[in-house]
Design a protein around this ligand. Structure first.
Ligand SMILES: [Zn+2]
Length: 197
């Protein structure tokens, strides 16, 4: 399911300390090109104060505006504000890709000692196991593939979740001009398992 704007920002780690900024975002989540006097009225603050909040959000890339000349007052512009969802989504995607990289590195480190001695339970990396022809240098017993540890299983689950989410975000972007079902790629390459004999 698609996440809401605020969930996305929260995950990215954007802290909107100011309660008013949050309120502005929530208002903009409901509509596009919202005139700032309407925002001011909803929040029960002055237009100037509203504009200050909006500029803060704009400087962080969360909102954009259109301006139009006020037909009633010359030299005066009316501002219409919208969320910059493309940018927010891009930030979110970046964040997800960074997290994915991190998790994959963690998994690799966690899986480094993938072989285990059946008798003495010492652990070895694949390279070391290969070097001794899958026998334990300490006791001579056969080395077998170690069972995935809890952290490994947890990381694998997390990685799968992030990959799915990235797929959803990417699909949402692609689907915009023409909704066309993307061919489903196989989830991930299956790692070849080497077994000791
Ligand atoms: Zn051993």
């Amino acid at each position: 399911m698609a996440k809401t704007l605020l969930q996305m920002l929260e995950e990215i780690g954007v802290s909107l300390v100011d309660e008013m900024l949050l309120k502005v975002l929530k208002l903009l989540e409901k509509g596009k090109d919202v005139p700032e006097d309407a925002i001011a009225a909803k929040l029960k603050i002055k237009v100037n104060a509203t504009r200050k909040l909006l500029y803060q959000l704009s400087s962080r890339g969360f909102v954009t505006y259109n301006k139009k000349r006020d037909p009633k007052k010359k030299w005066w512009y009316l501002y219409f504000w919208s969320l910059d969802m493309d940018r927010i989504r891009a930030l979110y995607l970046e964040h997800k890709l960074r997290t994915l990289q991190q998790k994959r590195a963690e998994l690799e480190a966690e899986q480094k000692f993938a072989f285990e001695c059946q008798s003495c339970q010492r652990k070895y990396s694949y390279e070391d196991a290969l070097e001794t022809d899958f026998s334990c240098p300490a006791c001579g017993s056969i080395l077998v593939e170690a069972k995935p540890t809890k952290p490994v299983l947890k990381l694998k689950g997390e990685i799968e979740g992030i990959e799915k989410e990235i797929e959803i975000i990417a699909a949402a972007k692609v689907a915009k001009p023409k909704a066309k079902p993307a061919p489903k790629p196989k989830a991930k390459p299956v790692k070849k398992k080497k077994k000791g004999k």
